[in-house]
Design a protein around this ligand. Structure first.
Ligand SMILES: Nc1ncnc2c1ncn2[C@@H]1O[C@H](COP(=O)(O)OP(=O)(O)OP(=O)(O)O)[C@@H](O)[C@H]1O
Ligand SMILES: [Mg+2]
Length: 496
């Protein structure tokens, strides 16, 4: 529902205290003014610099206009009329520390029900004082949709050769999704300055910066593919299948995402990065640690903003790495329930979001995650990535021996219980020190040895509960991997 639709509904229902959360005040004001004109409602605006203005009047009306209290009182003196009258107060959250102002607002909002006057606060954050909590309804000013972005693009690229058509234009809109109107305008203009036409790569660059600035999300657009990962066949197939675009189905089912569990270094993060590339979607990485802002209350605003950007960027893959770290405090009481509320907002988004966002969450320790998180239906599948077995390790050796240009005929070290990360580290060391793999292996201490107990605990927990990442079906405990004698990267054909 757009800002104007929501506003018009609430005004008709006579909600006289309205709080609009918006980062783009000029656009929000333009939309409100448009609504008031078409409905013939009265409109006044106030901000600290320009004071009080009535719609249709150029001049400042009240002499004491810079006084926020006078602005609120001016509303009470609006002549009685059947037509609703709106007073939009910009950045008014700054003035709500004053007891006098809070009191005047409370009185005015109550009084507004009789003379149909409405207090509308326009602010980038929602910070309603407790006294006014029940009197305000919050409206979110959504980020521009595809149509609006297309309009902005057409407004800026006015020459025919500046505006690409067809699929290229669609790609530009994909790249612009998630930007505010202001940011989109800037990015389109920059593209024209640089290349004399709109180009998706300039938009992606701007968007990466914008996300970095927000401090919560970052964008990953690398070239990794599933071929760079040995094993994990079942989870690869599962995701590819659920993210294909079915055209022949009567009912379209929106995929939700997966939860991946494994000991460290088994390729969870690498998998997620490759998934975006494989399915042609941008991968958004949500920094759950940063989400818990230092100020109480700020983290909820943070998550709302992040979720809004994520929705606007669909279709996308959302990567939620090491989520047990952010949500582990949920049942604790150290932070006065902030993470519990945060967790609640996130869970409801996970359930309800309509946007085409595929969530990949990872965890190393399920016991720290609240049980609600992994219950059935929340995710399409909960996968366990076990330490790779002998065949998978063989595949991983092949990948990294080739990547680091090592001698493929050399003997491989004993790699029982090694993760993909350890195989990679060994190859890297061999290349760095220019020694055989067997010698480089002296420097590797596998996680399965340093954290043997926690790996075993995780395996026991996952057995019978999670899907196997390697073979279709439920994970049934560690299979004893065939150790075999010394092997080579390139299999000896005489052994077949
Ligand atoms: N199956 C695999 N095939 C190829 N490379 C792998 C595999 N598993 C892990 N790696 C490599 O090991 C490195 C570490 O893996 P990654 O960061 O994905 O592990 P992780 O499961 O996310 O670990 P953590 O739990 O510590 O975050 C990466 O560079 C990755 O490419
Ligand atoms: Mg990781």
């Amino acid at each position: 529902m757009s800002l104007t639709e929501r506003l018009s509904e609430l005004v008709r229902a006579c909600f006289t205290g309205l709080w609009i959360e918006s980062h783009e005040h000029d656009d929000a004001l333009a939309e409100i003014a448009q609504l008031c004109r078409s409905e013939e409602w009265r409109l006044a605006t106030w901000n600290i610099e320009e004071g009080l203005k009535l719609l249709g009047h150029e001049a400042v009306v009240d002499t004491g206009t810079n006084d926020p209290l006078a602005a609120i009182r001016a509303l009470a003196s609006f002549p009685a009329s059947e037509q609703p009258g709106l007073l939009v107060l910009t950045n008014f959250h700054r003035f709500l520390q004053s007891a006098e102002i809070v009191q005047a607002l409370a009185k005015q909002i109550a009084h507004g029900k009789q003379n149909r006057t409405f207090v509308v606060i326009l602010s980038p954050i929602v910070q309603v004082p407790t006294e006014l909590d029940k009197q305000f309804v919050v409206i979110e000013h959504d980020l521009p949709g595809r149509e609006q972005l297309a309009d902005i693009a057409r407004g800026i690229a006015t020459e025919l050769e500046e505006l690409p058509a067809g699929a290229e234009f669609e790609r530009i809109l994909d790249a612009a999704a998630g930007l505010t109107r202001y940011e989109a305008e800037g990015a389109f203009s920059l593209s024209l300055v640089r290349h004399n036409k709109l180009r998706a790569d300039v938009l992606w660059e701007q968007k990466t910066q914008m996300l970095k600035k927000s401090g919560l999300l970052s964008l990953h657009r690398g070239g990794e593919t599933f071929a760079d990962l040995g094993g994990l066949e079942a989870v690869k197939a599962f995701c590819k299948r659920s993210l294909r675009n079915p055209t022949n189905r009567a009912v379209s089912v929106r995929p939700r995402g997966i939860l991946m569990l494994s000991p460290p270094g088994c390729g969870k993060s690498a998998f997620c990065k490759a998934l975006g590339n494989e399915t042609g979607r941008p991968t958004l990485v949500l920094d759950v640690g940063n989400l818990l802002g230092s100020l109480v209350g700020q983290s909820e605003a943070n998550i709302r903003q992040a979720l809004r950007i994520i929705d606007a960027m669909a279709p996308a893959v959302l990567f939620l790495d090491e989520c047990e770290k952010a949500f582990s405090g949920v049942s604790g009481n150290g932070d006065s329930g902030v993470s519990a509320r945060l967790f609640g907002s996130f869970l409801s988004w996970l359930n309800d979001h309509e946007s085409d966002v595929f969530v990949v969450a990872t965890a190393n320790d399920i016991s720290k995650l609240p049980p609600e998180f992994s219950r059935a239906e929340r995710f399409d599948g909960v996968f366990f990535l076990d330490l790779p077995d002998a065949n998978q390790r063989q595949a991983i050796w092949q990948i990294y021996v080739a990547k680091y240009a090592l001698d493929a005929a050399q003997a491989l070290p004993k790699d029982e219980g090694w993760t993909g990360a350890e195989v990679k580290a060994c190859c890297r060391l061999a290349a760095l020190l220019d020694v055989p793999l067997v010698a480089a292996a002296q420097n590797i201490v596998p996680v399965s040895r340093t954290s043997a107990e926690s790996v075993e605990k995780l395996r026991t927990w996952a057995s019978g509960r999670c899907l196997s990442a390697d073979k279709p079906g439920i994970y049934q405990g560690a299979t004893v991997a065939a150790t075999g004698t010394r092997r080579k990267v390139a299999r000896d054909p005489s052994q077949n």
